[in-house]
Design a protein around this ligand. Structure first.
Ligand code: NAD
Length: 510
């Protein structure tokens, strides 16, 4: 099936529309948002901000599509996902360019994020196996029992700006494979990559309406939160909105998994390979300009000698970091997503200085010659940061790495566990005992040992602890299958079984 792209607007600026029932459609709200080219610092497109009626149209389409989609065999749904996987791969450059040019992450990073999302599609193609139920023969004389996993209905995903491709792909392959229909509400800041995901699903043979994408803001989210036809919501974004979505969706009787913000700590032990650690920290702190929920934004250096040696190594590496336009091949770090976000990040750097942290490298005045108006902030490094400073307590979501010095391993653990967030963490050490103890004791959902960004593979599951996640089940993996299905248990008495006549006591099987 070929999809007709939306016609260019008469104002000369592209309008990003909804994708509903297998086609791009204009919205009816009359509200629009700006989408920027962060490297140039200019408005690149305007995006429809869905009103109540637009979202209702998507919900009605998904509810209609659910009837047939949920009845198809799991294998036939898996086959569509196999074709979808091939199309995502064939269109990887197109998707990565759309993401990179609206988000500002460098193109190689956009491709790699997409590759991690495609892994979840691959996982979901195994759905016939994942949906297998249990069977117990002879739970009583002539009685068998089995369980079924069934789709739950119309489900929605609400996703953040920092991974317009990967985070929707944490959700939708599993939701669709399980037989649900899916409505994606991506971030209004950079939605084009997300819309391509919906378009390609239809090209892969997905029936119209099975995967709809509405672009918008709070009004769209609130409609999804309140409409009774939407039975489950997966949210990924900042903690205040994650809490709001969790509370509202739960109060409305929906299933909800809601992932929030992070402040990921790297504990560096005195025996760590400091060159390898510094390399790992560079990618984990400054990759995607720090706009990753699994970015390492705090180093807890155990011992002053460790901290001093790390600072020297990081300074040398930061001096060589290539900051530039996101689509330029040689760029290692691109701009931030919007001018507003840039102002927020530089405001945090100001506050760190005001609170007395040592500013080792200042990224506030970064200039990129061929992009003078881009939303660039250079790599920034603070030392001697204390746990009461705002730059330690809050998620900055920019290229700012802070170093906290801890006198001992136990003190390092206490610092990490004392933070409100518990998404990811890593320990750098050559000591197996320390590594094992850290991984066991720490109250954080995803742990790396000499691995800086320990995002679990598709067949595990993604989720943090404390204020980084609300709800019981992780994204994707077997938890994803549990989230997107309801389990039914069937008890069967076969004609040859015991006939006891009418029984008025609670049935007990003999
Ligand atoms: P955000 O919370 O501002 O937005 C996320 C989604 O919620 C978007 O679709 C947005 O349109 C919607 N939204 C925003 N304000 C809303 C409101 N008042 N009511 C209802 N909906 C609203 O987050 P963001 O800035 O797009 O993304 C960055 C955040 O996401 C960071 O905090 C980051 O740590 C977090 N994040 C977390 C994970 C994770 O898995 N834990 C992964 C990626 C990003």
């Amino acid at each position: 099936m070929s999809i007709t792209a939306p016609a260019p607007s008469t104002t000369g600026i592209r309008t990003i529309e909804h994708f509903i029932d297998g086609a791009y459609v204009a919205g009816s709200s009359g509200r629009f948002g700006d989408v920027y080219d962060p490297s140039a610092g200019t408005v690149a497109a305007r995006v429809e901000l869905a009103g109540h009626a637009d979202v209702e149209r998507a919900i009605a389409s998904s509810a209609h599509a659910f009837v047939a989609w949920s009845k198809r065999s799991a294998l036939s749904r898996a086959r569509i996902l196999v074709r979808y996987r091939e199309l995502l791969d064939a269109n990887a450059d197109r998707i990565a360019r759309a993401v990179s040019s609206e988000h500002g992450k460098v193109i190689a990073d956009a491709r790699a994020s997409l590759a991690r999302g495609i892994e979840v599609v691959e996982f979901a193609t195994g759905i016939p196996h994942l949906l297998k139920g249990d069977f117990s023969s002879g739970v009583a004389t002539g009685v068998d029992m089995h369980s079924l996993r069934q789709p739950i209905g119309v489900v929605a995903g609400i996703t953040p700006f920092n991974f317009p491709e990967m985070v929707p792909l944490w959700m939708l392959p599993v939701a669709l494979a399980c037989g649900n229909t899916f409505i994606l509400k991506p971030s209004e800041k950079d939605p084009s990559g997300s819309l391509l995901l919906a378009e390609l699903f239809v090209e892969a043979g997905g029936p119209p309406g099975v995967f709809n994408c509405v672009v918008g803001d709070k009004e769209a989210v609130d409609t999804l939160l309140h409409d009774p036809r939407v039975v489950a919501l997966s949210f990924v974004g900042s903690t205040p909105i994650a809490k709001y979505v969790y509370a509202t969706a739960s109060a409305n009787g929906k299933r909800v998994q809601s992932m929030g913000g992070a402040k990921n700590h790297a504990v560096v032990m005195p025996d760590a390979d400091l060159d390898a650690t510094a390399d790992a920290l560079m990618g984990a702190a400054y990759g995607s300009a720090g706009e990753r929920c699994m970015a390492l934004s705090v180093v807890v250096a155990v011992g002053d000698a460790t901290a001093d040696a790390l600072v020297t190594r990081l300074q040398t590496r930061i001096a060589k970091l290539v900051v530039g336009g996101s689509l330029e091949k040689e760029s290692e770090m691109g701009p931030l997503v919007t001018g507003e976000h840039k102002a927020k990040v530089t405001g945090y750097i100001d506050s760190g200085v005001a609170e007395g942290a040592t500013l080792v490298v200042d990224g506030r005045n970064a200039t990129v010659t061929n992009h003078p108006d881009g939303f660039f902030v250079g790599a920034t490094l603070f030392d001697h940061v204390t746990t009461s400073m705002k730059i330690y307590e809050e998620e900055i979501f920019g290229p700012v790495l802070v170093i906290v010095r801890a006198p001992s391993f136990d003190e390092a653990i206490a610092i990490v566990d004392g933070h409100e967030f518990g998404n990811g963490t890593a320990i750098f050490t050559r000591d197996g005992d320390a590594a094992r103890e850290y991984a066991t004791r720490i109250n954080v959902g995803m742990v790396g040992v000499n691995v800086p960004i320990p995002v679990p593979m598709a067949f595990y599951g993604f989720g943090g602890f404390k204020n980084s996640a609300f709800g019981d089940l992780n994204q994707y993996g077997e938890d994803g299958v549990r989230f997107y299905t309801k389990t039914k248990t069937v008890t069967t008495r076969w004609p040859g079984g015991i006939r006891a006549g009418a029984e008025f006591a609670m049935p007990t099987l003999k």
